[in-house]
Write a protein that binds this ligand. Sequence first.
Ligand code: VAH
Length: 317
Amino acid sequence: MILVTGACGQIGTELVKALREKHGRDKVVATDRHFASDSLQETGPYFKLDVLDKYELENLVCSLGITQIYHLAAVLSASGENNPLATWNLNMESLLNVLEIARQEKLDKVFWPSSIAVFGPSSPRINCPQHTVTEPTTVYGISKNAGEHWCMYYFEKFGLDVRSLRYPGLISYSAKAGGGTTDYAVDIFHQAVAQGEYVCFLREDTLLPMLYMPDAIRATLELMDAPAEQITVRTSYNLAGLSFTPAELAKAIQTELPGFKISYQPDFRQTIADSWPGSINDSEARNHWNWEPAYNLNAMTADMLKHIGPNTSEKNG
Ligand code: VAH
C-alpha cells in the first residue's frame, strides 16, 4: 500500500496517476494539505493531511497498512525565499517525520525528491557531476542538500530503503508548476496558446537543466523498481534530460506557433537560476539502473502544445 504526500502538486498529480495505473487505484493513497482535486478523489483514496503533523501521518500509515511512502510535499526555490525559516521547517521536519515513521513501522521503501538546486555557484556549470561541491544559495537547495544526507543516514544507520532523484526543472501540462524558478518553462506554453506571447522572468540566455514530466515519472518508477543492491547512491541521483535557454524554447514553440512572441524581464529568480548548473551529468543513474530520457526539446514542445492548446495546425490556419 503506497502513500503519496504533496499529491496535488506538479509531480504528485502525475505520479499518483502513474502509481495507480501500475499498482491499482485502491493501492495508492493520495494526500495533500489542500482539499483534493476531483480527479484525485475520483481515481482513488484521498486524505487531507498536514505532513508536519507526525501523529496524524503515523495514524494514517498504521491504519491503512502503508508499506511505501512517496514524500513530495515541499516549498520550492522561488517561494522558499519569501519565508526562509518556514520553508526550512516544512521541507526538513516533514522529511524527518516520514523517515522516522518509515523506520519505526519498518516500511519497505521511501521515495523523496531532491533537486539540482543542491548545487551552487561553486559547482561545475556544465555537465555537473554526481559527486562535486554542493554549496546551494537558496533555502530550498539547502533543505534538499541536508535532506539528502538524512536519507543516506537512515539507509546506513537503520537500513531504511530510501531512494531519491535530483530532479531538474520539470515540465508538464496537467498541473501548473508552483513557486519554482524553472516554472517559466511551463508558463510559457500556457501563455503561448492563450495570448500568443510571453514575458519571461529569466534572461534569454539562461541555460538550465530540464526534464519532461513523462520522463521524470518513468525515472521515478524505474528507480523504485530497481533491485536495492543496484542503488549505490543513497544521497540522491543526478537526473538529466535536456538543457535549454528561454530563447531556444521560444524558437521551438515558434516552429509550432509561428506568431508566438517572447520578451524578457528578469526578476529575483535570475539570481537563483544563475546559481545552478546549466547541464547535469547523470552517468551514475544510467549505469546503476539503466536510466535513459526519451524526450528532446522538439518532442516535448510538440507534446505540450498538443495537450494544452487547440490543434496547432488549425491554429496556424
Ligand atoms: C524549482 N522546479 O524551480 C524546481 C526545481 C531545479 C528546479 O527544483 O524550484
